[in-house]
Write a protein that binds this ligand. Structure first.
Ligand code: NI
Length: 253
């Protein structure tokens, strides 16, 4: 059974066939999905989806792109959502320096505030770090009590060592099947098997041979196959192991 630890099934890319697609995931050996959120609307939609499908769980929070919307009212919303039995993480949160906006100081403030809240609520965090490695690490060092994962990890092997030493997990996507994936593969090589999570980040990041198409959780088989090659394991072992890792990380029985 495959656990897709990072999906966005509330995205408009799934508006036309969301229910049929989600129902078909079970035939594609997908047994669990953690649906991540970016703002108030996607968090509320993620909750609704998790209520509809027993195998879908929710992470709620404000992505750096949603930072301008974030205020203390959002903190109250997060506290309320966190009481929901299907909410297992605050995510995705972090820093994104790929675009010029929102401005970096605002992104940092919103990231810190949600980390404080994760510590208060005892929930793990799902971190989005795009071209902001140094600042992400500096902020996280101030929250030693918070547990988490770097989703679609894109940093160096050196930085991965520090993250792993904190007891955190690393998420790997279809990117590891791309030709230019050298850095992610170096990281996989040093990552202990028990800290690997697999994820689609769908609708984005479809693995080879489906690169560029709309992604969904069934395609994680290609990611598992690639990890199996790199780690010298069978694909089935990778699927079982990463599902156990995801259940442990998110506290799912
Ligand atoms: Ni995402």
């Amino acid at each position: 059974m495959i656990f897709d630890t990072h999906a966005h099934y509330t995205d408009e890319a799934f508006d036309e066939d969301r229910n049929e697609l989600i129902q078909s995931l079970r035939d594609g050996r997908v047994g669990l999905v953690m649906n991540n959120s970016c703002d108030a609307a996607s968090s509320e939609a993620a909750l609704a989806l998790s209520e509809k499908y027993p195998f879908i769980y929710a992470a709620v929070g404000w992505h750096p792109e949603g930072a301008e919307e974030f205020d203390e009212g959002c903190v109250e919303k997060l506290r309320r959502w966190a009481k929901h039995p299907k909410v297992r993480a605050i995510g995705e949160i972090g820093l994104d320096y790929y675009y010029e906006t929102p401005e970096r100081e605002l992104q940092k403030r919103v990231f810190r505030r949600q980390l404080e809240l994760a510590a208060e609520l005892g929930l793990p965090v799902v971190v989005h770090d795009r071209e902001a490695h140094e600042d992400c690490m500096e902020i996280l060092r101030a929250f030693p009590e918070v547990r988490g994962e770097f989703h679609c990890y894109s940093g160096s092997a050196e930085m991965a060592k520090e993250i792993l030493a904190r007891g955190w997990y690393l998420g790997f996507t279809g990117v590891i099947t791309f030709k230019n994936a050298r850095k992610a593969i170096e990281v996989l090589e040093i990552c202990p098997p028990e800290r690997i999570l697999i994820e689609t980040d769908c609708p984005y990041l479809a693995p080879v041979p489906l690169r560029g198409k709309r992604n969904d959780s069934r395609n994680l088989i290609y990611v598992a196959e690639r990890i199996a090659e790199i780690k010298g394991m069978s694909t089935q072992e990778v699927i079982c192991l990463t599902t156990e890792n995801g259940k442990r990380f998110f506290g799912i029985e």
